[in-house]
Design a protein around this ligand. Structure first.
Ligand code: ADP
Length: 490
């Protein structure tokens, strides 16, 4: 070898045979008979032989017993009609190591005639790790499609031409089309109602053009078409996915027709409550007030008492209806605020004016103390509603002859704190967390006898939070309560 290198150097040539030895693949040169005349170092290492040990063996010795006969036939066919077969063009077979273990290889073939003899160059690549990657990939793919198939939502994907590429079981049920029927169809010709098709095509291409791996943050509500021709409401979460085949649009789709129906029934209910119940009740309340006030002449004492009871009941009912309507607005996310800058003093005076009669009837004195010269930007009616709720609760739970303090102070960090403190029974620690929930009434049974719906504080909380404020309570059983809320000062 060294002599050969010296000769070559002398002839001004270099020997690059070492390059073949460092190649990561097994390289063999095989004669027509199948005898190996050359094997590189990697071939020996990969098949478990000593360097040089492979020379003189037949290539079939590197093939598992079960495939040898077939391999011999393939080899002699190839020798008759040799041609170049690049790597990865389909020759995948099992190879055999000296220790008897088998492993998968990808094989490339080429040939050369030299001095009238045919030599075949065979390069074998161990694809064990590639195989396990393929297996892992196909397992992952199976997992994803199993998840999609079990999903409660329909999953639909379409390529850039709007052709459906993915359609899970939930989509089959939702739209009445099997996967075989849907895949390959255009979205516009299947699930988009005819009157929206043009707009859809336009929106679809715009979405794909703009959507650089982008997800629509909110879910959108649209109409979809069932196979039987009926339209129904769906909600979709849309996102795009980029693959080698290009960008596709994907959506998780939920049938919201039932939700829509119950929403419209609820709307109808609130409208009935508002128009058919609140409006006449308010008229009755007005008339009762007038008659009680003597507009129709002096009334006997008994009639006055009865009228007073009727008016109080009316007031309660109107309060309850207002709470229900407010709750409806809150749940529909439609509680609107009409913001304006006002002074805390104005809010306190408005609330005191409205609550004075109730306080007087309960023999409770309300003391107010406003120590804040900042303005707040609020919906005055709504904040007065919160103050009235806190004050009426305080009065309701106060012993006769006791005092309720209404205070407003400035806090560090540009906040104003409104607080209502009573000398009532207080609230046990364990119950404090529940107070601001809907329909929550806490405390001992005799506290429950004070009436109410358990809605006032939860509505107050929504109103305060909508003003970017906070609401809370400090209380101890037997030591009175302080309900407070804080608003940002302007
Ligand atoms: P309602 O007063 O209509 O029952 P609220 O939501 O305004 O509804 O109040 C919920 C519950 O919180 C009341 O039922 C009562 O148990 C408790 N609560 C509210 N304010 C006070 C208070 N000042 N003192 C003691 N308990 C109170």
């Amino acid at each position: 070898m060294q002599q050969r290198q010296k000769d070559m150097k002398a002839n001004n040539k270099f020997d690059f045979s070492w390059a073949i030895d460092v190649a990561p693949d097994s390289i063999f040169v095989v004669e027509r008979s199948g005898t190996i005349v050359f094997a590189n170092a990697q071939a020996a290492a990969c098949f478990g032989y000593e360097p040089g040990e492979l020379t003189g063996k037949t290539i079939e010795e590197l093939v598992p017993q079960a495939y040898r006969a077939n391999h011999e036939k393939l080899r002699s066919d190839y020798m008759e009609n040799p041609r170049s077969r690049p790597m990865g063009t389909g020759i995948r077979c099992l190879a055999l190591r000296k220790d008897g273990t088998e492993f998968p290889v990808d094989v490339m073939l080429n040939y050369k005639e030299q001095d009238g003899k045919l030599f075949v160059i065979c390069i074998a690549r161990d694809i064990t790790s590639l195989r396990s990657i393929y297996k892992e990939l196909s397992r992952a793919e199976q997992r994803v499609s199993a998840i999609l198939d079990k999903a409660h939502d329909a999953f639909v994907a379409a390529d850039r031409h709007g052709k459906i590429t993915e359609w899970n079981s939930a989509a089959e049920t939702m739209f009445g089309l099997s996967q075989e029927e849907a895949v390959g169809q255009l979205l516009t010709e299947t699930i988009i109602p005819p009157r929206y098709r043009q707009a859809h095509s336009h929106g679809f291409s715009r979405f794909l053009e703009q959507a650089g791996g982008y997800t629509l943050s909110r879910r959108i509500e649209v109409s979809a078409l069932h196979r039987d021709g009926h339209e129904f409401a769906i909600e979709l979460g849309l996102f795009s996915v980029d693959t080698e085949e290009g960008r596709s649009a994907c959506a998780f789709i939920r049938d919201i027709s039932e939700r829509k129906e119950s929403e419209s029934r609820l709307k109808e209910f609130y409208s009935i409550v508002s128009h058919e119940l609140r409006a006449p009740l308010t008229a009755i309340r007005g008339s009762l007030g007038l008659v009680e006030g003597g507009v129709t002449g002096q009334l006997p004492e008994e009639a006055k008492d009865l009228l007073g009871m009727a008016r109080t009941s009316c007031d309660r009912l109107i309060g309850l209806i207002n709470d229900i309507l407010d709750l409806g607005k809150i749940e529909a996310g439609k509680l609107e605020l009409h913001l304006e800058p006002v002074s805390p003093g104005f809010l306190v005076e408005s609330a005191l004016g409205e609550i004075a009669v109730l306080a007087q009837q309960a023999s409770v004195e309300i003391l107010s103390n406003v120590q804040a010269d900042r303005l707040v930007v609020v919906d005055s009616n709504r904040i007065v509603q919160v103050l009235l709720n806190l004050l009426s609760n305080a009065i309701k739970f106060s012993p006769q002859g006791s005092k309720v303090n209404l205070e407003v102070v400035c806090l560090p960090g540009d906040r104003l704190r409104f607080s209502v403190t009573d000398q009532g029974p207080g609230i046990p620690d364990t119950q404090l967390g529940k107070l601001f929930g809907k329909f929550e009434q806490v405390g001992t049974p005799d506290i429950r006898q004070t009436g109410g719906t358990g809605l006032g504080l939860s509505i107050s909380k929504e109103i305060v939070q909508k003003h970017k404020g906070a609401i809370g309570v400090d209380s101890q059983a037997g030591a009175g309560s302080t309900f407070w809320f804080e608003l940002p000062a302007s």
